[in-house]
Design a protein around this ligand. Sequence first.
Ligand SMILES: CC/C=C\C/C=C\C/C=C\C/C=C\CCCCC(=O)SCCNC(=O)CCNC(=O)[C@H](O)C(C)(C)COP(=O)(O)OP(=O)(O)OC[C@H]1O[C@@H](n2cnc3c(N)ncnc32)[C@H](O)[C@@H]1OP(=O)(O)O
Ligand SMILES: Cc1cc2nc3c(=O)[nH]c(=O)nc-3n(C[C@H](O)[C@H](O)[C@H](O)COP(=O)(O)OP(=O)(O)OC[C@H]3O[C@@H](n4cnc5c(N)ncnc54)[C@H](O)[C@@H]3O)c2cc1C
Length: 648
Amino acid sequence: MNPDICRERENATFNTETLTNMLDGSAEKTRRRREIESLVINDPDFQHDDPNFMSRSERYDAAVKKSSQMIMKLRDYGISDPEEIYFYKRTARRTFHEAFGLHYTMFLPTLYSQCTPEQQKKWLPLAENFKALGTYAQTELGHGTHIRKLETTATYDPSTQEFVLNCPTVSSIKWWPGGLGKTSNHAIVLAQLYTLGKCHGLHAFIVPIRCMKTHQPLPGVTVGDIGPKFGFEEVDNGYLKLENVRIPRENMLMKYAQVEPDGSYLKPPSDKLTYGTMVFIRAMIVGESARALSKSCTIAIRYSAVRHQSELRPGEPEPQILDYQAQQYKLFPLLAAAYAFTFVGQYMSDTYHRITGHINQGDFSQLPELHALAAGLKAFTTWTANAGIEVCRMACGGHGYLCCSGLPDIYVTFTPTCTYEGENTVMMLQTARFLVKCYRQAREGQQLSGTVSYLNEQQRLQPQPVSSRPTVVNINDLASLVEAYKLRAAKLVEVAAKSLQGELQRSISQEDAWNNSSIELVRASDAHCHYVVVELFAAKLSEISDTAVHSVLNTLALLYALHGITLNSGDFLQLSQITQRIKALLVEIRPNAVALVDSFDYNDEMLNSVLGRYDGNVYESMFEWAKRSPLNRTEVRSFIIFNIIQKK
Ligand SMILES: CC/C=C\C/C=C\C/C=C\C/C=C\CCCCC(=O)SCCNC(=O)CCNC(=O)[C@H](O)C(C)(C)COP(=O)(O)OP(=O)(O)OC[C@H]1O[C@@H](n2cnc3c(N)ncnc32)[C@H](O)[C@@H]1OP(=O)(O)O
Ligand SMILES: Cc1cc2nc3c(=O)[nH]c(=O)nc-3n(C[C@H](O)[C@H](O)[C@H](O)COP(=O)(O)OP(=O)(O)OC[C@H]3O[C@@H](n4cnc5c(N)ncnc54)[C@H](O)[C@@H]3O)c2cc1C
């Protein structure tokens, strides 16, 4: 064990196991999670070479083999709890996505949430036994964001009681769905529904695309892989062109909307219920932001504890780079954000399941807030985590740029979360739409609830415009900082609403007024989400009984809130002593930095990083890894070329 990393662990002021148990929910949950992870770690079937040493085709084949092995092994172990399946898979996946990813994350959830009981009876056994292997095909070459303008059509033929699916133009070709290119034999296809000559908008259809026996594309189906990407190399994101493909009427997902045999259309209680799967994934992505950022912090902070470089004081030995204030200022606010997002991810998942429970009982009243919250937190946390992963990579110097550091793979796998499942700017504008509506309701005296109730509060406190009120902050008191974030959010929502109002008074259209206020609208949503994150971090602290853990997390929460103020100082009164206080917090966190990342409890296999190894033996591992590179399988390559050059 590297002596530096040993010393770091000896200097910690809290018990990492206590914090790990808190993050898992209990000591028993930690034990069970580790037990499941060890099933993968000790399984020779999952000991394979680094995918970075493979070609794209080899990576895809290996991913399909791994997905298949996981299915069989989970069955053999009798593991069926979704959370335990997730622990097993994320250990086996390491940093990468799996070939059957879309089947689990979108195809199955859509069947669960949008099929009638009769449809579930038919499709769930097929899908749960992987006979029907599916994806979620919504995006087209011409449209990803603006789904009301998707062009694929599903036209009902009452004479045969079938839908005829068509991609009428090149821009209507389905493009991007994960697992579509080579893996899936079915797809949930989002298409404009036409019946009895009338268009009823976007609806979901189960479309067979490959023969379940031969896996050959079915008649009228053109399907394939869209080619190499920035990352996701083991996933066959694909294209799908449908030409007069007929499916039975019963293949339209009819839990909410129906087409009768004669073609008559029965509309849903809300036309946004078709969008439900997207809300689910957005809510889940918040937790993914926490995991990607916490893994990156684990790697960068452990490496910074064993890396010695330069000279702090002349004549002294080279210090650990973690002792540089600049290195701490890079990494510790990100460590604080990783903990904040871990708590927000738990809150988002709980809130999603609570509200969808009400929706399943027919109460749709909280759907607007769920959509706004999932959209905003997905954008806020992925933007922060995306940038943070890059800071962690660069904080590791040249070795961070090596694939064996794990950081490039974490980055290229995570970065599309800022785009897919709702492009982040578009999502922030969706949240802003909800905030402006709530602001107007508060102005009219309506009582708000949930995460926007502060808009009432600000109205009651002082009738004068919120934006004119000074922000007074006690920088050592988290509650005071939460109030500052609340006031900032209220201010920026008011600024956005007033910008809209001002635009409208110039008698331009609502749409142009909206577009001309987009900057204020996005900033209002960002401030709202930032307040929600700070508030939830503070609320979590009140649940922690262990004083040592409470103290170290309180320090992190203070750092997160104060650092956020310096990043947005224009919105707060710039408090000169904040920087000094931040420096003091960095010093306070320093002895606990490694223990704090240890508490995330990532085993080396899942971390997949020679820089972030638990034992800190970095250099030896880097050299062993490099020697396994395919280019080193022969001592001399391109000898012929050298020969030609030497002969000249
Ligand atoms: C088991 C899983 C476990 C773990 C998984 C964990 C993490 C996942 C990790 C990886 C996932 C793997 C792969 C994912 C791959 C990505 C897959 C995809 O990308 S699928 C395609 C995603 N596409 C989109 O997200 C499209 C984005 N665009 C839209 O959603 C819409 O076009 C829009 C921007 C919201 C606009 O819609 P529309 O034009 O209809 O609406 P308006 O803006 O006019 O507003 C009207 C009205 O509707 C309300 N509203 C809009 N959307 C929703 C919604 N989804 N739910 C509820 N309400 C909605 C909006 O608020 C307005 O309300 P109003 O103000 O009028 O009251
Ligand atoms: C790795 C990956 C996996 C994917 N998997 C799937 C999948 O499985 N299934 C699927 O259906 N799709 C999938 N997608 C597609 C994804 O959902 C879309 O790319 C995403 O919704 C963004 O849409 P777009 O590509 O059309 O971007 P665009 O909307 O064209 O975005 C381009 C720019 O336009 C801006 N813009 C667009 N609209 C507005 C607006 N109203 N106001 C202000 N600015 C605006 C955006 O902010 C952005 O800056 C995947 C994409 C990726 C990268």
